[in-house]
Design a protein around this ligand. Structure first.
Ligand SMILES: [Zn+2]
Length: 420
């Protein structure tokens, strides 16, 4: 095989594609535009599109200057249809390849099966029409129509799909095969290399191609945080989930993680934000409460409770504490510990000073919990060094409000409510 025969490429008929556009790339659309502008009768183009969609076009052969296929008519008759495309002259190829070789990005784009619009513009500026225009797609059909018929129009639509996939199909119609083009481009870009060409091995410097592909410009800044609730997430799949996979819990986890990430991002982008050390990660027990507080569905919440040794009521109390003050508040609810004697002494002095007008409330201290005798009020000294008000409800101590740095403030709030 020599000459043009060796440049023929054949593409098997793709399956019918109901409803899909024939061209998604800009050059594929330009190709179809050339067909629409060239055909004298728009109805033939529409009929051709229907033929192509129905799978009437057989294998497509692409050669320099010509595309060919057998296209079946509605009644089953097959016609040989050709569409002729003008080939580029030797001079035009020279100009086109020179300007492509000048930019590593152009070569990289072609290798990536992309035609950047500015490549086509550069070519046009150099007097080379890469894409066909009006009158450029010349029909020749076995049905002996003198203009575009449904068969040649169907062929053009099928080829638009091929062009989408591989712009080298266009270059082949214009007269050059992919291998030949890439070899030529390699030779040209080597001779275009500005610096010590004598020492450089021939070819495109890998770095040029790489940088042109990877770092076209500086990364933009992050988008502003969106102040909208996270969309509910729904996982879908064609197959049933494997046994043991709790889809509802997974959906909730993903949504909660997204909301958490959004909040962290908003904090990080807020004016005046400074980098702070990342606190130690939560324990499993803390994280279960965090997730329950984030609105876990009932069934998921039941799993979180059972998984951390709580019953539903205990988890509800934990969530209430979490909402008052996160991990510190949760520790105050669930853990009991013994503060330094100096802390207790200082607290006692603060309380006595606050009640100097009358007798201070009597407190019974048990480790870090101080209960006001004769009331359902309690103060708890937290690991964060603050005092947390608690109140007894339904047989359980529950957080009763915001914490305070001194016990007198926290207690005053509690006793005001108690008396009121
Ligand atoms: Zn025809």
């Amino acid at each position: 095989m020599t000459g043009h025969d060796s440049l023929e490429r054949t593409f098997a008929a793709p399956p019918p594609a109901p409803g899909r556009a024939f061209a998604e790339s800009w050059w594929g659309r330009a190709w179809l535009k050339a067909l629409e502008d060239t055909a004298l009768d728009g109805r033939q183009v529409k009929e051709g599109r229907r033929h192509a969609r129905a799978g009437a076009v057989g294998a497509v052969s692409v050669r320099p200057g010509r595309i060919t296929a057998l296209v079946r008519d509605r009644d089953g008759t097959a016609y040989r249809s050709d569409v002729l495309v003008q080939q580029l002259s030797g001079t035009e190829w020279d100009r086109l390849l020179d300007l492509v070789a000048d930019r590593a990005g152009h070569i990289a784009a072609l290798l990536d099966h992309d035609i950047p619009p500015h490549l086509a513009e550069d070519a046009l500026a150099a007097g080379v029409e890469l894409l066909p225009g009006i009158g450029d797609l010349e029909p020749e059909c076995g049905c002996e129509a003198w203009d575009h018929c449904p068969h040649t129009a169907a062929l053009c639509h099928q080829v638009a799909r091929l062009l989408d996939e591989d712009p080298f199909v266009l270059l082949l119609m214009r007269g050059r095969g992919e291998r030949e083009l890439l070899d030529d481009l390699q030779a040209r870009s080597a001779s275009h290399a500005p610096e010590p060409a004598a020492e450089a091995s021939p070819g495109v410097p890998a770095l040029d191609v790489f940088t042109a592909r990877v770092a076209p410009r500086a990364l933009p800044g992050p988008p502003p945080p969106v102040d909208a609730p996270a969309r509910p997430l729904v996982l879908t799949a064609d197959t049933a989930p494997p046994p043991g996979l709790d889809v509802e819990a997974l959906e909730f986890l993903a949504a909660a993680a997204a909301a958490h990430a959004r909040r962290l991002l908003a904090e990080a982008l807020a004016p005046g934000h400074e980098l702070t050390p990342i606190p130690a990660g939560p324990t499993v027990s803390q994280d279960a409460v965090r997730l329950a507080a984030a609105g876990a569905p009932a069934r998921v919440a039941a799993g979180l409770a059972a998984g951390t040794g709580r019953d539903g009521a205990a988890l509800a109390r934990a969530v209430r504490a979490w909402e008052c003050g996160g991990p510190a508040a949760l520790a105050v609810l669930e853990e009991e510990w013994t503060p330094e004697p100096a802390v207790l002494a200082r607290a006692g002095a603060q309380l006595a000073a606050a009640w100097e007008e009358g007798p201070a409330p009597r407190l019974r201290a048990t480790r870090n919990r101080w209960t006001v005798v004769g009331t359902s009020a309690q103060l708890r000294y937290g690991p964060d060094g603050r005092w947390w008000p608690y109140r007894r409800e339904g047989g359980h101590w529950l957080p009763a409000g915001p914490c305070a740095h001194d016990p007198a403030t926290a207690l005053a709030e509690l006793l005001t409510e108690e008396n009121g």
